[in-house]
Structure formats: C-alpha cells, structure tokens
Design a protein. Structure first.
Length: 152
C-alpha cells in the first residue's frame, strides 16, 4: 500500500467522527451564548473567567454567531466554560476517497471528451461503451497518479 493511500485512509477514519456533527444546526443565538445561558452563567461570570468586560463577552458571542471569530477566541472561551473546542472538516462527498474519485472522474471526462471530439472530427468516433471504458480507465489512472491539476 502506498504512503499517500495510507495517509488518506487514516485521515478519513479521523474525519468520520465529525460526520454526525456536520448535520447539527447551530443554535440561532450561536453556540457560546446558548451554552452560557443553558448553564445559567451570566455575562459577568464568563467575563470574569476570561478576565475581560461583559461587553467584550457580548462582542465575542456576536462574532461567533456571525462567523467572524477566531479559533483561538473560541478555544479560550470554551476553556472558560470548562469545555473543549472541537473542529474538523467533513468531505461533502462522504469520504476523501469519494471526493478524489469525483474529481478524477470529472477530469477524465474532460480529457476523454477532448480526445473523442478530435476523433469525431476525423470521422473515427468511438462507441458509447468504448468511451465509458476510456473514462473508467483514465479515472483510475488519475487516482493512482494524483496529479496537482486534479484540484484546478
């Protein structure tokens, strides 16, 4: 097994844990305010834990709700709430391998289509079955090579 494939499999296993979290809709007030109020903690109490003003806590909650907060800020605030910040990435295609497969197939279709159009102009058009096989073969080749152009 090559090194890249092993790295992909290991990373995919780690990312799989975030799949459930990706389907959770954040509270309308944002996570920080929702957690703080659910715990019955006042703005001032959280401010004291962070050694900042309660207005600064309100600003942090507002920035988190609007998506304008840094990870470091979230981490510090989570720590003040006796919580841990957890973040990760979830492939929209399901797995990293599925993502790579889709991108490789898209690239293969572009390459095969270009060649097919040239052959068509020369009156040497391929059958649909042959084109499908060419796309499959090119997809496998691209996946094995993993060229940088896959992400263009």
């Amino acid at each position: 097994m090559n090194k890249r494939k092993l790295q992909l499999e290991q990373l995919d296993r780690k990312l799989r844990g975030f799949t459930t979290a990706a389907s959770i809709t954040p509270p309308p007030t944002g996570w920080l305010k929702a957690v703080r109020t659910s715990l019955g903690m006042s703005l001032q109490q959280l401010a004291d834990r962070l050694s900042i003003t309660k207005q600064s806590v309100q600003e942090i909650e507002k920035r988190e709700k609007n998506g304008n907060i840094t990870l470091n800020n979230l981490k510090e605030t989570a720590n003040a709430l006796n919580m841990q910040l957890v973040y990760g990435f979830v492939p929209k295609d399901g797995t990293l391998d599925d993502l790579i497969d889709r991108k490789a197939r898209e690239l293969a279709i572009r390459i095969v289509s270009r060649t097919s159009n040239t052959m068509k102009l020369e009156d040497q058009e391929n059958s649909k079955t042959r084109l499908k096989k060419a796309v499959e073969e090119r997809t496998m080749s691209i996946k094995n090579e993993m060229p940088k152009m896959l992400w263009d």
